[in-house]
Design a protein. Structure first.
Length: 132
């Protein structure tokens, strides 16, 4: 079923999300949800973010937003930073920031440094709480 949802999410993410809503909660559904939202973010990050903010709450929302940020990191770092800025202060957000910075630094160290500077400019609370 995961392969079907993955293919559907590339063609019609909203239909895939509707199908996923019919499944019982659990790790498998969460994984498929992240994949579907990530695929949607590749083509339309704004709509994917809006769907997450409207339909998910708490840890599910934070997890989905983290996945979105990772999905669009390659294409548009400022959007990834903006998504991270929407996450509540938490270990999940901090882990996402570290993960994204690490991923970007492996691609291009200059871009990683700029990405982190953007993050510090956009998320002053994070910067002031995490001076290391």
């Amino acid at each position: 079923y995961q392969n079907v949802i993955s293919l559907l999410s590339e063609a019609d993410p909203q239909a895939a999300l509707a199908d996923l809503a019919q499944l019982p909660a659990g790790a498998d559904r969460d994984a498929m949800l992240k994949t579907t939202i990530g695929n949607w973010a590749n083509s339309d990050p704004s709509d994917a973010i809006a769907w997450v903010k409207t339909n998910l709450t708490g840890d599910s929302e934070a997890s989905a937003l983290t996945g979105l940020a990772k999905s669009i990191l390659d294409a548009d770092s400022p959007d990834a930073v903006n998504i991270l800025n929407q996450l509540p202060e938490s270990t999940t957000r901090d882990d996402a920031i570290v993960s994204l910075a690490s991923t970007l630094s492996k691609m291009d160290i200059a871009s990683a440094a700029q990405w982190l500077q953007n993050l510090l400019n956009i998320c002053p609370l994070w910067a002031s709480n995490n001076k290391r």
